[in-house]
Ligand binder design. Structure first.
Ligand code: MG
Length: 382
């Protein structure tokens, strides 16, 4: 097998470490690694995978890393410039799994440099969907989904006509998170610890809070609209508690294709790395007889407001999804710091959604909407 080269952004996070767990078996050499501020973890990865370049988003962490790996032949970069420089290296694939809006510029840089991108950073498409998809077309690169739901839809669309006329509906599955079945009143006083108890998936803290509020599914709906070029009216969400069906595509003949498997992110990560080929996986096989029962519910949009708020945001279009995403990122940070309650998250997102946002015609406009939305949240909290 020919060895391919990979740049991994966000290597110390949940997706990043799982990627490094499958990367060698998928025939990749790690060309560059980047992380936010976890110096010790990145140092360990550098010693193990020997990339030529590494970057830390945090400047102080980058200085620390430089000293720690002084004995190795590795260049250490820092900040957004560092991430963008890594993204533009001449490689076979850039896997972007950084958390939050920080991921947008490196994604664009990778595409503009002609690199295929495996995307695990959903904020990239939520905030900059139109810009990113235009760049993908212009530079003729592949944008491969890593998120389990989008990987599932991508798999269900293999072999379908490219024009999407045969697609009637995309159906995203949602686990419902730790608060499934609870009322809005019951959710007023839940804690961060409660929100972090996800029933099926092991993920980073921000996305786990987003899953508890169902913001995650709202962001995924927006992401799906761009990735698969399907209007938001044709994207539905169904709660599926067992997380065995990872999403579905309904065709015009009412045939429904689903992708199933045990809930383990290494499967979609690996598919993005090996696409269109498939490789043997370390993940356990699915036993339907052991699963025995699968359950499905309509999402409770009265309680989990973030989902309809995201649908509204993508229908309005322009900078509204970027603003809603920025508001959510800020609100989740405040919730994780114990500054606001769980149900303040949808309230703050709704406040920002209620404003008028312009059109998303440049990266600067997207970044500005993100900044303005965060400032709005901070001033609303006081
Ligand atoms: Mg997902």
């Amino acid at each position: 097998m020919e060895t391919k080269s990979l740049v991994l952004l966000g290597s110390t996070g949940s997706i990043g470490t799982q990627t490094l767990g499958v990367v060698e078996e998928c025939g990749y050499r790690v060309d560059a690694l980047a992380a936010g501020r976890q110096v010790a973890a990145l140092e360990e990865q550098i010693r193990r995978f020997r990339p030529s370049v590494a970057a830390m988003y945090d400047e102080a962490a980058a200085r620390d890393l430089k000293t720690r790996v002084a004995d190795l032949d590795v260049t250490v970069l820092s900040g957004m410039d560092g991430l963008c420089e890594l993204a533009s290296r001449n490689v076979d694939l850039v896997l972007n799994s950084v958390v939050g809006m920080v991921g947008l510029q490196p994604t664009l840089k990778a595409i503009e440099s002609g690199n295929d991108v495996a995307l695990a950073n959903k904020e990239t498409l939520v905030a900059g969907g139109a810009l990113v998809m235009d760049a993908v077309k212009k530079h003729g690169v592949r944008l491969l989904p890593v998120d389990s739901e989008h990987s599932a839809i991508f798999q269900c669309l293999q072999g379908a006509p490219a024009d999407r006329r045969a697609v009637k509906r995309l159906i995203l599955t949602a686990s419902g998170g730790p608060f499934f079945g609870r009322s809005a009143a019951e959710l007023e006083h839940v804690t961060l610890q409660d929100a972090l108890k996800h029933p099926n998936w092991s993920m980073g803290a921000k996305i786990t809070v987003d899953s508890a509020s169902m913001m995650n599914k709202g962001l995924e709906l927006i992401e799906a609209r761009w990735l698969f070029d399907v209007p938001p009216e044709k994207i539905d969400v169904v709660v599926h508690r067992e997380s065995i069906i990872h999403s579905l595509v309904e065709y015009v003949d009412n045939a429904v294709i689903a992708q199933l498997g045990v809930p383990d992110m290494r499967v979609p990560i690996q598919y993005a790395l090996t696409y269109p080929a498939r490789a043997v996986s370390p993940v356990g096989e699915l036993s339907l007889a052991d699963v025995a029962t699968m359950t499905f519910y309509k999402p409770d949009e009265e309680t989990f407001r973030c989902l309809p708020l995201c649908r509204e945001a993508i229908l309005r279009g322009g900078l509204t999804p970027a603003a809603v995403n920025g508001a959510n990122e800020q609100a989740v940070a405040l919730f994780m710091d114990g500054k606001i309650g769980f149900m303040d998250i949808p309230r703050l997102v709704e406040t920002v959604l209620a404003q008028t946002w312009g059109s998303a015609d440049s990266v600067e406009a997207v970044l500005e909407a993100d900044r303005a939305a965060r400032a709005m949240v901070l001033s609303a909290v006081g």
